[in-house]
Design a protein around this ligand. Sequence first.
Ligand code: NAD
Ligand code: TDX
Length: 352
Amino acid sequence: MQIVVTGGAGFIGSQLVHLLLETRPEWQIVNFDALTYSGNLENVAGLEANSRYRFLRGDVADPEAAAQALAGADAVIHLAAESHVDRSIQDAGDFIRTNVTGTQTLLDAARRGRLSRFVQVSTDEVYGSLGNEGRFSETSPLAPNSPYAASKAAADLLARAAFHTHGVPVIITRASNNYGPRQFPEKLIPLVISNALAGEPVPLYGRGENVRNWIHAADHCRGILVALERGTPGEIYNFGGDDELDNLSLVKRLLRLAGAGEELIRYVADRLGHDFRYSLDSSRARRELGWRPEIALDAGLTATVDWYRQHPAWLRRARGGDFQSYYARQYEVRLQPAAAPAATHRPTEKSC
Ligand code: NAD
Ligand code: TDX
């Protein structure tokens, strides 16, 4: 089996590449990645020596590069994406190009091949926002609220259309918020850990009341693998963790684990259109694929903080370059000392 993993130099993709090489000794893995700001060859360091692994630098939105990557492939696991909500609010252009055009370009290349599976790795954010009650199932309507979420929903619909129209054997997976080692420090958990380790302020949007459903990336990757092996083309599988937590409680836990105090917390202006709560019903994946998350949040967070503490050089490089200008754009105004706690914007579930 030759498997193409797109986005395999990123946070989740690199964990998946390691998992596939370790647990499927017959498989050849092609890691197809453009190495944008969040792609990092350090995440797959050492694998070049493995004869079953090949790295191919290229853009999923480039038809020639996509065709070259998929030549001879038996399956594609598509993770390459622009993945950060705040960046999509600043500028949606790259999200449309990579997440929408890039997915269609890969689906077009897939049509011409002899693939047995095309796994479209998606997110719970396509379902929109919940109030205090309820969970999203695979039949919940799509109601994305951020440009990022809308670009992922568009990609899912294009994948669905490629299945129905052209018979591309598409399986869609949707996971809740991931955490774990090697996550780019723009996302909440690694941002809090890296700022806390450096003794810097930690920005919390609104009042920190928004709720996220956390899953360790290793549990997510095991889900993607079983979806590839046991899932049914044309179907969707949710992969949510067992733990739901408001952001303030999560940040307090992380600060404790990092040996920092709560005085580092800064309540800053809320994210525009901030989804209040995500919660995924994963009973289908449990029932039909025999999957369940194995890493409890406490143990996972402790190990994650330890990983960042033990990898200062990785963190320094990730926080260099483009990150500094992004951080200044995103937080400079928000982190002014006079910033007062802002009211949380709680979108209701009404349609627009
Ligand atoms: P990431 O930002 O860490 O990695 C994205 C990778 O894609 C990088 O290696 C980057 O170089 C590559 N890439 C970006 N644009 C590309 C292009 N045009 N061509 C080829 N490669 C390109 O993201 P992540 O958090 O690992 O997310 C991976 C996937 O999982 C995404 O599709 C995301 O939507 C989905 N997902 C993420 C989460 C989460 O909590 N992080 C949750 C659910 C689903
Ligand atoms: O500085 C911050 N302060 C803050 O309060 C940041 C970066 C985030 N937050 C809040 C916003 C969210 O309520 O923390 C929560 C988590 O934020 P992110 O880490 O940016 O994740 P989220 O927006 O929930 O989206 C994530 O989960 C779904 C990933 O980034 C997506 O790629 C994935 O699809």
